[in-house]
Design a protein around this ligand. Structure first.
Ligand code: ZN
Length: 498
């Protein structure tokens, strides 16, 4: 690895080398923030939260100062002057522009408000008490709306915030995508047999879950020597540093999918992150270009691979060995049917892949309305419940299973649509990948994930954030972003012909 790095360093211009050097300092500070944030959500004693919020605020201020310094602007310009098309300069220019839009005071206030909101949300969710969370949500929303004004937008404030997660995508583009998914998915839901998940609600000893989750992450391709798995309230993956990627999950002794599929999902994110380090990308571009692209990988591992019969043909005996009492008498077909049971439900993180996009449509609709000033925080619980009735025909019995279920709005608006974009990208990439390497099922049946990893290394990971999600899709498929491959995939899996 050292030889490769040295060779590539020798090949780059001194201007680029200087930009990379500065970026490495930014990344180091970001690592500190990531580690404190990871700790806040996994290990931190309850009484330590207030001071942690302060620590994060101070450090975010330091990062902001460095990320907006005239020195960095000059380093970027120096590269642009000698190489107008330089990709590293282009992605750093965008980051620089986004960072310099916001005054340091605003960034510090936001970070502190988000940390406070996170703590309030955990307590509000536990007690099913929206009023505990509402003032914090109002504060984060108010600061987010200010951010949108500072970033600027053409049509609506929401676009400015969504652009942070998915460059160039607008609410006006997203609306018809969601609308186009609604009817086909509802027709497929109608075709589903009564869901039976009885085998998955038996007793799964926690120690065995912890052990098996480490195994399944590694089987998927996550390098456990360059990462770890810990427990949290709301699972996430955090790229703390080079060769240090943290997955988190939650364990429920009477519901195996809570840990099993959140670990596979987060491992998908982790595999993407670990790819940048494995392939030796410079820190300037060692990231996904947006969250939709990141989500395309987590969703692919979780659903396309992790819920396929082909994958479990080889792996299921191992799972049975881990949980002999619960699964010893459950055959492969029953298990595969149960992990693919699809029905209307209230909780997004436990929703099946068929109904999942409708949960996202609801959140897109509500956060767009809040950001644009069309929905007040105090009216959120009722709006949430009404939206669930409209899209899924269900009404949450309480806010804990309603608008308090997700952590996202403690720190961000405009994030949710990236989940559905991830599903759409994943389906487009899988079709393109299969056209080249043959069907996923054939590889999975033989336990060979190598060709799949290789294709994604070559076509996506090695480019880092050199292209936007839209550009990746265009390069790989030769066409535009389209929900059609996703609908074909869902129809193949959940349709009458399946
Ligand atoms: Zn994810």
């Amino acid at each position: 690895m050292t030889a490769t790095t040295t060779a590539s360093e020798q090949a780059v211009r001194p201007e680029v080398q200087a930009l990379r050097g500065y970026t490495e300092q930014l990344v180091a500070i970001r690592s500190g923030l990531a580690l404190l944030g990871w700790d806040q959500k996994t290990k931190l004693p309850r009484k330590g939260h207030a001071d942690r919020g302060r620590q994060l605020g101070v450090l975010a201020g330091v990062l902001h100062e460095r990320a907006t310094s005239p020195e960095l602007g000059k380093l970027i310009s120096a590269v642009e002057d000698v190489d107008a098309d330089n990709v590293e300069a282009r992605v750093m220019r965008r980051s620089y522009r986004l960072s310099t839009c916001l005054p340091a005071k605003h960034v510090v206030e936001f970070t502190q408000a988000a940390a406070n909101a996170n703590q309030a949300w955990e307590e509000a969710r536990e007690r099913d008490d929206f009023d505990l969370f509402a003032p914090h949500l109002e504060r984060v929303l108010e600061l987010s709306r200010t951010s949108a004004e500072l970033y600027g937008y053409e049509t609506e404030p929401y676009d400015a915030l969504h652009d942070l997660y998915e460059e160039g995508m607008t609410a006006a583009e997203l609306e018809p995508i969601f609308a186009g998914l609604r009817d086909p998915i509802n027709e497929l839901i109608e075709q589903q047999p009564e869901a039976d998940v009885s085998a998955l609600t038996r007793t799964f000893p926690l120690a065995s879950q912890v052990e098996y989750c480490e195994r399944i992450a590694a089987v998927m391709g996550f390098d456990m020597e360059a990462g770890r798995i810990d427990e949290t309230v709301h699972p996430f993956c955090s790229g703390v540093g080079m060769h240090d990627t943290r997955l988190t999950t939650r364990y429920q002794s009477d519901w195996l999918p809570a840990s099993l599929f959140s670990v596979i999902h987060e491992a998908g994110h982790g595999i993407y992150d670990q790819g940048f380090d494995r392939l030796g990308l410079p820190r300037t571009i060692a990231d996904a270009p947006g969250l939709g692209m990141h989500e395309s990988q987590s969703r692919m591992y979780e659903n396309v691979i992790g819920r396929s019969r082909a994958f479990w043909e080889l792996e299921y005996p191992e799972l049975q060995r881990a949980f002999p009492t619960a699964l010893g008498d459950v055959d492969l077909d029953s298990f595969v049917r149960q992990i693919n049971a699809a029905q209307r439900s209230l909780i997004r993180v436990e929703a099946d892949e068929l109904t999942y996009n409708l949960h996202i449509a609801i959140r897109f609709e509500l956060e767009r309305a809040m950001t644009n000033g069309d929905l007040q925080v105090r009216d959120l619980p009722e709006a949430w419940n009404a939206a669930y009735e409209k899209w899924l025909g269900l009404r949450p019995p309480n806010n804990r299973d309603g608008c308090l279920q997700d952590v996202h709005w403690t720190s961000s608006f405009g994030y949710f649509p990236t989940y559905t974009l991830g599903n759409i990208y994943a389906a487009q990439f899988v079709e393109a990948c299969e056209a080249q390497i043959g069907s996923f099922d054939d590889h999975l049946r033989r336990g060979e994930l190598g060709p799949i990893h290789g294709w994604f290394d070559e076509n996506i990971y090695r480019h880092g954030r050199s292209f936007t999600g839209r550009e990746f899709v265009e390069r790989i498929t030769g066409g535009p972003i389209s929900p059609e491959p996703l609908l074909r995939y869902l129809d193949g899996k959940f349709g009458r012909s399946a």
